[in-house]
Structure formats: C-alpha cells, structure tokens
Ligand binder design. Structure first.
Ligand code: GCW
Length: 681
C-alpha cells in the first residue's frame, strides 16, 4: 500500500519485540459459533491484521498446545460466550457495546449483537497495537451515542465541497465509481472507530444527486450500501426538498400537499425494498439557497415531519440541519445577527418534531470557526432529538495544509454546561439524549478524506478522523489520550516519535488560533475558498460575518442591553457572563463585545497588544513545528515524512502572511504602535 493508506490500521510486521510476543501469545486461534455477517467481518479483520503483524494466521479452532486464543460471539448466539458472563454482566451491554475478558488462555470478545462483536474485535486490535498487557483484561464498553455519523460532502461529478485531499472516492464524472474497493477500505477505517452511519452525498444536493432517488442511480447505491453493511454502517442520503418538482413529477413540494406526501412515501417504499436497513435522509432546507418548506409558508417541523412519516414504517430517520440563517443580509443592518438564527428559527418548534426526526446542530452558532462559543440551541430544546455536528474537514482551520488537531476544540464544546437542568447539563449529555431522556441522539461530522493516497492530505489530519470516531463512542476520552492511541497505531512504539507527534498535535489548535482571527471574532478569510487572510473579505458582504473594526475598536456587540441580544439565548449564568465584557472569557471577547483597542484583557494585555503578540508568537511557533517534524526524519516512514514536511513548510510561510496582514491591518486602523517595536508594514 502507498504511504499512509493503511492509516491507523497498519498491516506491517511488528518489530517491537515485547509487542510482538504479546500479540503472538494471545492470537493462536479465533473461534466462533455463529453465522452472522458482522461476526464474520470481525473474524476476518482479526485474522488479517494478526497475520500481517506476525506472519502467522490464527487457526479457526482451539489451539492444542495451550497458547492463548480468542472466542468471539454474542450472548444469545454462543453458549460458550454466554457461559463466561453472569446475567448481570450481560444485561449491562447495550446494542453496540461489547465486553472483553481474559479467562485463562481464552480472550472473549462478546457482544449483545454482531455489531457489538465487531466493535469489540477492533478494540482488541487496538489493545494489541498499543501494546497494553492483557493479564487483567476485563473491559465493558458501551457507546455513549446511538448515532455516530459521517457526512460526505461529495458530489457525483467527483468534486468534494470543502474537500482538501483530492477527489471523491465515491464518484467520478457523474457516476458512482465502478471499483468500490477503496470505499470498502474507508468503511473499515470508520468501523474501527465505531462509526455506524454515513451520508454519502453532499447536503447541497444538485441536479444529478437529486436523481439518486431514481432508477438511474439506485442500483449502484444498493451496492455501496452493501459495502458499508459489511462493516455495520448504515447508508443515508442527502435529499433535495424540492425533488418532486426537480424530477418533473409534481408542480409543488409543499409538505402539507397530499400528492407530495404520497410521492415521498413511494420513494421510501422503493428505497427500503432495496436497502432494508437504509438509515434515512439528511436535509439542508431553506439554507444557503436550498429549497425548503418556507417557500410554501410552512415551517421546519412541517417539512421534517412529512418526510419522517414517509420513513417511519421502515424505521428510517430524518436528520434535519439547523444551519438556517439569512445569507442575504445587508452589512449596514446591525440588528440582524446570524449567530442568533438557529435558535430563533428552531426553539419555537420544540416538541413538534416526530420521534424519528433528529436535528443536526453545528457546534457553534456561526460556522466551524477556529473559536466560537457553543451553540445555545443545545440548551434550549428539551423535547427534541439532537445531533451535534462537527467539521473534520478543515475548512476554516487550515485546510489540511496547516496542522490543527481538533479533538481539544470538540471536547470543549461537549463539556460546555448548558445549565438547562442545573449544573452538569453538558452538551455531551444533550447530544447522547440522556439529559432530556430522548430516544435518539449523537454525533455527525463532515469527513476530511479524499482520493489522496494518505486519505487526508496532511498525514497528521488522520488523527482528526480517528479522534472524531473515538469521541463519538466515548466523549469522556481525553484529547491527549486519543492522540497517543492514534500515534502509536500510526507510527509505532518509539517513545521519541510518540512524544514529538503528541506535542505537535496538542499545541496545534492554539498555534493556528494565535495567528488567525483574534479573540473569537472569526472570519477574516479570503471569500469563497476560505484559505488565507483577508481581514475585510467578509466585512461588506451579505453573509452576516462582520468584525466592525474601525479606528477606535473592534468586535460584535451581542449583549442584550446594547447589542443583538444573542447573549440572552444562553441559560444563566452564561447569559450574565457573556453579557458584560468584564466577565466574558478573553478568547471570546470580540465575539460578544465591541471594545476599544486599549481595552484590557484578563491576561493583563490590551486587545491591540494581544493581537500583535499572539501573531508574532504564532508565526514563530509555526516555524517550530517544522523543526519538530524535521527531528522525526529517519524515525518514521520516509514518504510520510516528506508529505508532512512540505505541509509544515507551507504552514510556516503562510503563518507569516497571516501575521503580517492581521498586524498591519490593526496597526493602520488603530495607529497604536507595538510595545516591542517589531516590524509592521
Ligand atoms: O461551512 C459552510 C460551507 C458550505 C457548506 C455549508 C453547510 C455544504 O462554506 O460549503 O455547504 O457550510 O454546512 O451547509
């Protein structure tokens, strides 16, 4: 395989002797009793990986010579598995969960379902790769979230909206690719971190993709679904709300029109006839020029419920996006605030959505900026199912040319306390459904992979895909714990390599933040493609993304008393905290307040000096990343080293561009000199 292709499921001979003997010790045989699709997948994954690592294929029976072996299966389907656990121990394993237990020479990989066994098998492989001893092995693992979804923003012409690692692996020239082997390899990677659903087309559904619901594409979509099913992943499609019109069948897409309802019911019947475990539809409606129920004077509950009714008989879901805002704003109008939009649109609908509808809410109120507050919507709809949406693809965080390990950012969002049910009402408990006792919930994220040999362009950007899956399974895992796991699996067990990569990953979000838009104000990027600095790029546009810098100060007043009122969308104590500049945390100051350049931060620095300092430091730290990476030469695969090196060099150069554009802009606007007299232009 080409460098990076195997990602964290490396198939090469293990050279670390301790690790190798551990693997040899426990994998003499793989024994199973059930004829189940997922258990078959689990067994073949185990066998293949072990064979690749050790050069020895496990036998399919209990080894005669007393060496360690694996028994895999479900509690219901395998009496041998069931005998190893008490009733109580089995009853706490949930649908996708598993137990791993060592009993003498046996290691049990046990699940309630075949899917659970599959996740258990990957967890076992992870233990082998990270080299943990099995002596005390007795682990119970249930996923926190029932929905762990990936969204592809792939178009059928082969392009990927906001894709930074080549073309689509799914489509080329208007067709689904003939050879699905790469899709299969992707499914493996996703299953190995617990992903259980994938939306295979862009939320912006164009003309040809609208036809995914027709005979033109359905037969091939069935094949794609089959590939994902092998790995326990359900297939979803993004749909065009105006499909009945676009496909020439009806004059309207009004969700309350009987003919429209019947049309969607018919589509559902056809789909489920071919893909019985089809996941459902993802819908971007009335957002960024996409059609939706507003056209007919209906609201989003009307729209979502109409579709939900069509899929309900088959157990299908409607995932409805909340990224709804006015993208035709007038920059002169300072009353309209894009940050308010999702909350304003959706909170009045709380309680009206059917049980098989899930709202998909972006982590922040704007759009995946390097720093945003957490969307207040999470603490505002107790009678509605919700998914939190993250962006693994680095649209606004360096486009996989800059290093930005996003797990720490996601953790902050998940740990944010909404206070809706008092202290401890965290976003992760809203997402998993436990806070409000919701039947459905979880995570969704926009993938960062493409046809590049190493999947993600930047070799270290694989850590974000890996980390997303791990976090969706268990949001309590730590960012550095995930990073260590990933590094060991990807680069092996050399301590120096692990320490270096870990340090680079863990500092990267802060580094990127420091040389880009300051103090939570966001944007300042080149319009359209969003790469590189352009402070006023979105200042006089219609997109609702302003910083309002003038000669005196900068920032957006989102307080209730003098601003847009956005701060009031939070529950107390956040509403009071964000209301005043004095109590708003520094990193979000300019998101919530317009302040003079000499305003003093909690750090003791003035805003303007903070801007200068962070930008000079950030560019220096970006250069240090090059040095750190160069230190790995000879310790990691040469091709990966080269791939990384060119990216880090570009990042360092580009960070200087950011530094100089931002600093010069604010120097010219404010006329305030840098205290340290560094070069401004
Ligand atoms: O982040 C923005 C992107 C759009 C994207 C949109 C969305 C798929 O710039 O490219 O469209 O969000 O999330 O719908």
């Amino acid at each position: 395989a080409q460098a990076g292709y195997e990602a964290w499921l490396r198939k090469r001979t293990v050279t670390d002797q301790t690790q190798l003997s551990l693997i040899m010790r426990w994998t003499n045989g793989i024994v199973l009793e059930e004829d189940d699709r997922y258990i078959q997948t689990a067994a073949s994954e185990l066998a293949e990986m072990i064979a690749a690592w050790t050069g020895r294929r496990p036998s399919d029976s209990v080894p005669g010579d007393g060496g360690g072996w694996l028994r895999i299966g479900t509690f219901m389907g395998s009496s041998e598995v069931a005998r190893a656990f008490s009733e109580e121990e089995m009853s706490v394993v949930q649908e996708d969960g598993f137990r791993l237990r060592r009993l003498g020479e046996r290691v049990l990989i046990a699940g309630m379902t075949g899917r659970g066994v599959l996740y258990g098998a990957f967890a076992f492989l992870r233990l082998m790769q990270t080299g943990d001893s099995l002596d005390e092995l007795d682990e119970l693992s249930n996923p926190a979230n029932s929905l762990r979804l990936i969204n592809q923003w792939d178009n059928v012409d082969g392009s990927i909206e906001r894709g930074y690692s080549g073309q689509s692996i799914f489509y080329a020239e208007g067709e689904i690719v003939r050879d699905l082997s790469r899709v299969r390899d992707y499914a493996r990677l996703l299953a190995s971190v617990g992903i259980n659903g994938i939306v295979i087309n862009n939320v912006n559904v164009h003309k040809l993709e609208t036809m995914f619901l027709t005979e033109k594409y359905l037969p091939r979509i069935v094949e794609v679904a089959n590939v994902f099913r092998t790995y326990g992943i359900r297939l979803f499609l993004s749909i065009n709300f105006a499909a009945p019109i676009e496909l020439g069948d009806l004059p309207t897409a009004d969700p309350l029109d009987e003919a429209v309802k019947d049309w969607w019911k018919e589509r559902a019947r056809e789909l489920y006839g071919r893909i019985p475990d089809f996941g459902g539809f993802l819908v971007k409606a009335d957002s960024e020029f996409r059609p939706g129920p507003f056209t007919y004077g209906r609201d989003h509950a009307d729209g979502a419920n109409m579709l939900a009714e069509a899929l309900a008989p088959y157990g299908g879901l409607i995932v409805w996006r909340c990224f709804v805002y006015n993208c035709n704003q007038d920059w002169r109008d300072r009353k309209t605030d894009r940050a308010r939009a999702a909350y304003d649109h959706f909170t009045p609908l709380d309680g009206r959505f059917m049980d098989n509808v899930v709202l998909q809410v972006k982590n922040g109120p704007m759009d995946f900026q390097v720093r945003e507050p957490v969307s207040p919507l999470f603490g505002a709809m107790p009678n509605t199912n919700m998914l939190i949406e993250f962006q693994i693809t680095q649209e606004y965080t360096g486009q996989q040319r800059h290093l930005c390990y996003l797990v720490p950012q996601w953790k902050e969002a998940l740990d944010f306390d909404t206070y809706l049910r008092g202290e401890g009402s965290t976003v992760k408990k809203v997402a998993d459904g436990s806070l409000f006792g919701r039947p459905l919930g979880g995570f969704a994220a926009v993938s960062n992979i493409g046809s590049d040999a190493n999947w993600t362009g930047h070799p270290l950007a694989q850590a974000n895909l890996y980390g997303y899956g791990r976090l969706a399974w268990d949001p309590d895992l730590s960012a550095d714990g995930i990073a260590v796991e990933w590094t060991k699996q990807t680069f092996g067990h050399n301590d120096y390599v692990i320490r270096t990569v870990l340090a680079m990953l863990m500092s990267s979000w802060g580094v990127y933040e420091s040389y880009t838009a300051p103090l939570g104000v966001g944007w300042m990027v080149k319009p359209n493609h969003h790469y590189g600095p352009d402070v006023d790029g979105y200042e006089y546009s219609m997109w609702g993304t302003y910083h309002f810098a003038d000669c005196r100060g900068i920032g957006v007043d989102r307080s209730v008393h003098t601003g847009t009122g956005y701060a009031g969308q939070y529950h107390s104590p956040h509403s009071e905290r964000f209301e005043s500049a004095e109590t708003t945390p520094d990193e979000l100051l300019l998101f919530f307040h317009h302040v003079p350049y000499r305003h003093r931060l909690h750090s003791g620095k003035t805003v303007i000096q903070h801007i200068y300092d962070t930008h000079f430091e950030g560019a220096e730290r970006a250069e240090e990343l090059v040095d750190q990476w160069e230190g790995l030469k000879g310790y990691i695969d040469h091709n990966i080293f080269e791939q990384g090196l060119s990216r880090f060099q570009e990042q360092a150069e580009h960070a200087k561009e950011w530094r100089d554009v931002i600093n010069t802009y604010f120097w010219r606007k404010s006329g305030i000199a840098d205290e340290q007299g560094r070069t401004l232009y």
